[in-house]
Design a protein. Structure first.
Length: 342
């Protein structure tokens, strides 16, 4: 019986559906004795991946390798003991860490870092939106109103990025991409890590029990990039927001549960923050009654900061590299620590 690899990446959203050339490259990497099954039914890659079609479940039976948007529980069960490696095309894996997966010997990899470049571009855009007062311009344009008052005021809330500090909560692929852009624009860059204070040149790294407080106290722009785990849920609440400099901007491109949204709304309403750029939320889609919609100092995106036509080139390169490693019995890139949650 041939060894089986299953590709379940035909997302219902066109830009996230695997193109034929990518599937062909993956298939061409397989040696004789393997079969590659490409699931034709639409997949749902929103969030960390949601559910699986009947076709995907059937294809997964006896599969050694599964490539999908997350790894739905029913797919894991169908593959049974044959499954050796499962890969998710999303960066987050919260929905994959059910007990059976965590306790199994299946190697789990994700796409952390693959989304970093477009997300970092979005972070930069969000920072500039508030730094240069584009929020005032957008509102005035919608009302056909020529209004220079926000810029002319003695306390105009505009600043130059080169005179500002960006604080990175976490120092993974997204944060590193943000750091490169921020440093190129002359910004001071600081970040937190769990243990080591080592970091790339130009990044001041804080570690230890007081790392977060030290970071918050200097961050004109706080960029949240840590994964969603039991340790990071609610990490940024009212106390933490109060430690930011007056007029700071909060940017979240990781997961919505890292920030206490109620505390964030309170800080925005009180005027302690210049604004918040949010691509992720506690509940998605963001409910219509959420006060975040109506606040004048928010910039809200519907979880699209990672969208890029270049995604499939980087994702395919990662999958092919890992497939070669799997075939050679070598350690895989982007292996998830299933107990740590990322």
């Amino acid at each position: 019986m041939p060894r089986r690899l299953v590709i379940n990446l035909r997302d219902q959203r066109p830009i996230w559906a695997i193109p034929p050339w990518a599937a062909d490259e993956i298939r061409a990497t397989l040696p004789e004795g393997w079969e590659c099954v490409v699931v034709g039914a639409p997949a749902d890659g929103s969030g960390d991946g949601r559910g699986a079609s009947a076709e995907a479940v059937e294809a997964a039976r006896g599969a050694e390798v599964y490539l999908g948007w997350g790894v739905p529980r029913e797919v894991f069960a169908a593959a049974g003991g044959a499954l050796r490696w499962a890969h998710s095309a999303s960066a987050g894996v919260g929905g994959v860490l059910y007990p059976e997966m965590v306790e199994s010997g299946v190697a789990l990899t994700n796409s952390a870092g693959v989304h970093a470049e477009p997300i970092a571009d979005t972070v930069l855009a969000m920072m500039l939106h508030f730094a240069r007062g584009l929020d005032f311009a957008v509102r005035a344009q919608a009302e056909r109103r020529w209004d220079k008052a926000p810029w002319d005021a003695a306390d105009a809330p505009v600043r130059e990025l080169a005179e500002s500090t960006v604080g990175l909560l976490g120092l993974g692929g997204i944060a590193l991409a943000v750091a490169r852009r921020a440093a190129a624009l002359g910004m001071r860059v600081a970040a937190t890590r769990r243990t080591s204070t080592e970091g790339p040149e130009g990044v001041e790294v804080f570690a230890g029990d007081d790392a977060l407080d030290r970071l918050l106290s200097i961050s004109h722009y706080l960029v949240v990039t840590v994964p969603s785990t039991s340790q990071t849920a609610g990490m940024i609440g009212g106390r933490e927001l109060a430690r930011l400099p007056a007029g700071a901007v909060v940017v979240n491109v990781s997961r919505g549960d890292v920030i206490d949204e109620d505390a964030l709304v309170e800080a925005l309403r009180a005027g302690r923050l210049r604004g918040a750029g949010l691509d992720v939320f506690r509940s998605e889609p963001l409910p219509a009654p959420s006060p975040l919609w109506a606040l004048p100092n928010t910039l809200l995106l519907p979880h699209v900061s990672g969208t890029s036509p270049s995604f499939w080139r980087r994702e395919t390169d990662l999958i092919v590299a890992n497939l070669r490693r799997h075939l050679a019995g070598q350690p895989l890139l982007n292996t998830v620590d299933k107990h740590a949650g990322y």
